[in-house]
Write a protein that binds this ligand. Structure first.
Ligand SMILES: *[C@@H]1O[C@H](CO)[C@@H](O)[C@H](O)[C@H]1NC(C)=O
Length: 316
C-alpha cells in the first residue's frame, strides 16, 4: 500500500512539473512588450503602412461573387439582408431613395459602380477621386485612400448615422469644414494620415482611434482640450506634424500616444501624472513615443511615475 502511495505521489509531482510554465515565457522584457503592442494594433485591423495593392488584392478575391449578385438578385429587402450571411451589396433601395448601386456621384455614376461596396463597407481606394462620393445610407466603413481629395465639406458625410470608420489616408486634403465629422453619432475610427491638414475640425466624442499623422497641424492645428471628452479613445497618432506641444488633457482610456518627429520641446510634471496625488496611476497608457522631438526627457524625472512604462525618446 505504501509503495502504491509513493508511486501515486511521484506521478503527481511529475505532472505538476510538466504542467508548470517555463520561466522564460513569464519574463516580459521591453522587446516582447513591443511585440505585444504590435499585435494589439493588428487586432484592431490597422496597418500604419498598408500598401494600396495589398488592399486591392483583398477586395479582388471577394469581388466575383458580388458581381454575380448584381446580375442575379432583385433589390434586397431589409429581412433578406438580415438573414443572409454572405457579403453582398448595400441595399440602397430604402425609402431614402438611391438604387441598388448606391446614390449617384456627380459624374452620374452610382457610387457602388465607381467604387466597390461589400456588405456595408465602401472601398474607393486609388480611384483618382477629387471629392468624397455620396455614400449609401447603411455604410459603416468607408475607405478612400490614395485619391486626390482636397477638401472635406460639411455635407460629405451628412446623415451618415451608421458610419464607424473613415479612412482618407494619402489624399491632398488641406481643408475640412468644421461640421464635417461632428454629427456622426457612431464614428469610432478616423484616419486622415498623409494629407495637408492645417486645422482639425471638431471631432465626435465617440472616437476610439485617431490617426492624423503626417499633416501640417503645427502650433495651432489642434483645438484646446480637443480629446478631453473622448472617454473611449485608445489610440492617438499625431506623428510628423511640426506640433510644438502635447495635446492635453489626455483621456484615461488612452493606450497609445504617438508623437514622434514633431517640435515638442518641453513637458511639465502633470502632463501624464498628478503631482498632488502620488497614488494616481495611468495604467492604460503603455505606449508613448516622443522620439524625434527636441526634448530632453531626463529633465522631468517625476513626470513618468504614474505610467506603466517610460516614454520612448531621448534621455540624455
Ligand atoms: C538633459 O537633462 C539632464 C537633467 O537635467 C542634464 O543632466 C543633461 O545634461 C541634459 N542633456 C542635454 C543634452 O541637454
Amino acid at each position: 500500500m505504501k509503495t502504491f502511495a509513493n508511486i501515486f505521489l511521484g506521478l503527481f509531482i511529475f505532472e505538476a512539473i510538466v504542467a508548470a510554465p517555463t520561466i522564460d515565457t513569464l519574463i516580459y522584457g521591453s522587446e516582447t512588450y513591443d511585440v505585444a503592442l504590435e499585435d494589439l494594433d493588428n487586432l484592431y485591423d490597422y496597418n500604419e503602412n498598408l500598401p494600396v495593392d495589398q488592399a486591392e488584392i483583398e477586395i479582388g478575391t471577394v469581388l466575383p461573387s458580388v458581381t454575380r449578385e448584381i446580375h442575379s438578385l432583385p433589390p434586397l429587402t431589409e429581412e433578406a439582408e438580415e438573414e443572409a450571411s454572405t457579403p453582398k451589396l448595400i441595399d440602397g433601395s430604402s425609402p431614402h431613395g438611391s438604387g441598388l448601386l448606391g446614390p449617384q456621384t456627380h459624374d452620374g455614376l452610382p457610387t457602388c459602380l465607381l467604387c466597390t461596396c461589400l456588405g456595408t463597407t465602401v472601398y474607393c481606394d486609388d480611384h483618382e477621386l477629387d471629392a468624397v462620393p455620396p455614400l449609401p445610407k447603411k455604410t459603416t466603413h468607408f475607405y478612400s485612400r490614395y485619391n486626390r481629395i482636397k477638401k472635406i465639406n460639411k455635407n460629405d458625410f451628412a446623415n451618415q448615422n451608421n458610419l464607424k470608420r473613415i479612412d482618407l489616408t494619402s489624399n491632398f486634403i488641406s481643408e475640412i469644414d468644421e461640421d464635417a465629422f461632428r454629427e456622426l453619432p457612431q464614428l469610432q475610427e478616423l484616419v486622415l494620415r498623409d494629407n495637408k491638414i492645417q486645422q482639425l475640425p471638431e471631432l465626435p466624442p465617440t472616437l476610439t482611434f485617431i490617426d492624423v499623422s503626417d499633416n501640417r497641424l503645427g502650433r495651432k492645428g489642434i483645438k484646446e482640450e480637443a480629446f478631453k471628452d473622448m472617454v473611449d479613445l485608445h489610440h492617438l497618432y499625431i506623428t510628423d506634424n511640426n506640433l510644438d506641444h502635447i495635446p492635453l488633457p489626455l483621456p484615461e482610456s488612452l493606450q497609445a500616444l504617438h508623437l514622434q518627429n514633431n517640435n515638442i520641446q518641453e513637458m511639465h510634471e502633470d502632463t501624464f501624472c498628478k503631482m498632488k496625488d502620488v497614488a494616481y496611476a495611468r495604467r492604460a497608457l503603455e505606449d508613448i513615443r516622443l522620439d524625434g522631438n527636441p526634448i530632453n526627457l531626463s529633465k522631468t524625472p517625476s513626470a513618468y511615475m504614474c505610467l506603466p512604462r517610460l516614454p520612448i525618446g531621448s534621455l540624455i
